[in-house]
Design a protein around this ligand. Sequence first.
Ligand code: SF4
Length: 332
Amino acid sequence: MSLQFKEALKEIKRESSVDFNTAWTLFSGAKTWDSAIELFSEASRVRDERLGNEITLRGHITMITPCLLDPPCKYCSASSSVPAIRANRAVLRLKELTEAVEYIEKRGMSYTIITGGTILKGFDAEVKSVVKAIREITDMDLWINVGPSLSTETLQWLKHMGVNNIGCSLETINSEAFKDAKPGDDFNRRIELMEAIEREGMKLWTVVMTGLGTNQDLIQSILYLRRFRNVESLRLSVFKPIAGTPWEQKQPAYMLDAFKAMAIARLLFPDSEVGLADGGGLDVLAHELMAGAGNSLNGILINTKKKEDMVDYITRMVTDLGFKVRPGSSST
Ligand code: SF4
């Protein structure tokens, strides 16, 4: 472990307002077994100290709106030439959606994420009809993410309907890398929506992608998000090539890079929910928690193709690791 790495770790422990050099020293220095473990241990210690060891399980329902970006993002299943893969982005009918919410509530989840695709002219009417339909059956906490397609008026309406947590994925602060990966999307509109969410006094949920731009961009993106005082949740997605997409030949991002960036995000956002996007998958869940993730995980995932109920499995796993599942968010 280099002296600079040790110094950078001391500095980030003392002060969360560290600069790029310190954060980059941690990221680039965590390349040996002992330095990576040191970074992950510190991130886990901060999580335990600030958030405790209780895990909340949530639902995740997708998609509530189609993605109509033209063209769709180069890495996304929406841009795949394979119909079966594109079908992962099919939109739930309203009845399927309300049944999914009912199922998630019956399983004891305290909140559910609902996500959809985006369109730059706005999905305000569509999102309102989805929320109205859900509010007829439950006042369960909802987190909504349909990209930069919500007006300020809709944010205010959502707040009135008890929806206080809005997702808007930054993906990367490198606008050129953003444009290359997401030619149909609008970088500035995403920033403007994040600012509007903060102005309206709502909570922000955002995602940064490992493998989009350079690793320096990844760290700069996490540092950039510190300007928002309302980051409730910050997740790291990990690029994996999808068959039939323009990026199918591109190399996958390193999972280790995602873990290192996630641990740094935990140190910079000690009171926020931090983790891999979509839970990262059950096979890496234990590693994710050991690297400082928490304290909320997807317990149930529902789309048009599947209903994945992982509540009992995750409950057993996190209990084995010394965590508790928050009462009311598990069937056991
Ligand atoms: S905005 Fe989201 S759903 Fe649409 S193409 Fe991009 S990643 Fe896929």
